[in-house]
Design a protein around this ligand. Structure first.
Ligand SMILES: *Cc1c(COP(=O)(O)O)cnc(C)c1O
Length: 422
């Protein structure tokens, strides 16, 4: 079911016409559906049953405190990749025992904080990181539970910038080195080996790479157990893709995915960890924007929006596709083909080329769909455009869950050295 649909001639988020939101908050603005977030989470958790599983929502996909609090109330754990994300997860009420900490470059400060609060598992990506964690744990007189992130060397398709499981990527430890690092880990007094971890990429649109990686990982689990390690957890990472383009994308369902996992892990006595981000948040949000100008060029028609690449980076960064819909329901067959761009001074500030839409005018609203993950979190203030606000809808109510800073908020952090012109 879609949480964004036309009703009475206007695109709505649940029961809220998107136009109503702009009476309170200027565009551009992200709008999320609370029901979509909750239903996506529950769909994932139901599909896991009856496995012993921890669903550690990948905070980096959408880290707004309201989103995290909602997911926490649904029972979600968290996968964090920084001390900042750890703080967010804790403030949202996610129990430390449901938090895993991933990332290639954890600092000692971040390790210290995570050990203090007692997170469930560190996903360790290199031998030097292991040594550092051991030092920090020993200084605190405790032991850190770890899984080693292995790099199963599978190609997960998708964009090269979000593929992570190939031997040449910076992530994890290659399989031929893994047993050596586990051996080293066992000898460290501040380390307790509990699992195996992987994360092979993002927006993965078939089960084959997951299955190949899982089989390689389970072979390693058997070898490690033979070596005497007590391997209890297996972390599959995130990466399950979503539909961005209704006409082209075909995705495995989360049920297909879990059936595959269950088939291979039955009887192994492993607690499975999943770190979905996009699959939870991606289709739960849109970026709402207003047409500034319609420019009829000699070769193309341009829709110039008030949203830009600093608000939604994915098209500029990955050439990503977002469906774009007018908020006013198209009532006639009259259409036009547009290049849809933002106002930032970069040619890369293009959301879409050659899109057929109903005939648009300045001041019309448009929604960029599937923008709930890796949207607001990647936003910046390039061109001194204030950070894009976020709104959460539930039924017929909505609230601002991140305000737009004003110019003073931005400039206050900057200062001109006193020795200038002295
Ligand atoms: C980004 C990331 C995820 C989430 O990926 P999705 O494609 O959003 O599901 C999970 N685990 C790790 C380690 C990541 O870096």
């Amino acid at each position: 079911m879609s949480y964004f649909h036309y009703s009475n001639g206007q695109l709505c988020a649940e029961g809220v016409p998107l136009g109503d939101i702009t009476k309170d908050v200027d565009t551009p603005v992200y709008v999320y559906s609370a029901s979509a977030l909750a239903d996506n989470y529950h769909g994932f958790s139901r599909a896991c049953e009856p496995m012993d599983a921890l669903i550690a929502y990948s905070v980096k996909a959408n880290s707004n405190l309201a989103v995290l609090t909602l997911l926490a109330s649904c029972g979600a754990g968290a996968d964090v990749v920084s001390g900042g994300e750890l703080e967010r997860a804790l403030r949202a009420g996610i129990a430390p025992q449901k938090i895993v900490f991933s990332g290639v470059g954890k600092s000692r400060d971040e390790m210290h904080k995570a050990l203090k609060v007692g997170i469930y598992q560190f996903n360790i990506e290199s031998a030097p990181e292991l040594i550092a964690l051991n030092d920090v744990a020993c200084a605190l007189n405790t032991r850190a539970a770890i899984a080693l992130r292995i790099n199963p060397d599978v190609s997960a398709g998708g964009h090269e910038k979000i593929s992570t499981g190939k031997a040449e990527n910076k992530f994890g430890v290659n399989l031929d080195q893994a047993r050596g690092v586990y051996k080293q880990a066992r000898e460290l007094p501040g380390i307790e080996v509990i699992g195996v971890d992987m994360h092979i990429g993002s927006q993965i649109d078939s089960l084959a790479p997951f299955e190949t990686a899982l089989l390689k990982g389970l072979d390693l689990v058997r070898e490690l157990r033979r070596d005497g390690h007590d391997i209890r957890t297996f972390d599959m990472g995130g990466g399950l893709g979503i539909v961005y383009n209704q006409d082209e994308d075909t995705l495995p369902t989360v049920t297909d995915y879990m059936d595959m996992v269950r088939r291979h892990t039955a009887g192994l006595g492993l607690k499975m960890i999943f770190e979905p981000g996009r699959a939870i948040a991606g289709n739960a949000g849109v970026l709402l924007s207003r047409v500034q100008y319609v420019k009829h060029g000699s070769a193309r028609n341009f829709l110039i929006l008030d949203a830009a690449m600093n608000d939604l980076l994915r098209p500029a960064l990955y050439g990503a596709y977002h469906a774009i819909q007018p908020v006013k329901e198209p009532m006639s067959d009259q259409t036009e083909i547009y290049d849809i761009v933002g106002p930032v001074c970069e040619t890369g500030d293009t959301f879409a080329t050659h899109r057929r839409l109903s005939v648009m005018q300045s001041d019309d609203l448009v929604a960029m769909l599937s923008a709930g993950a890796y949207g607001a979190v990647q936003a910046g203030q390039y061109n001194t455009r204030p950070l894009v606000p976020e709104v959460l809808v539930k039924d017929s109510q909505f609230s601002v869950i991140r305000m737009r800073p004003d110019l003073e908020d931005i400039l206050r952090l900057e200062s001109v050295p006193g020795w200038f012109g002295a």
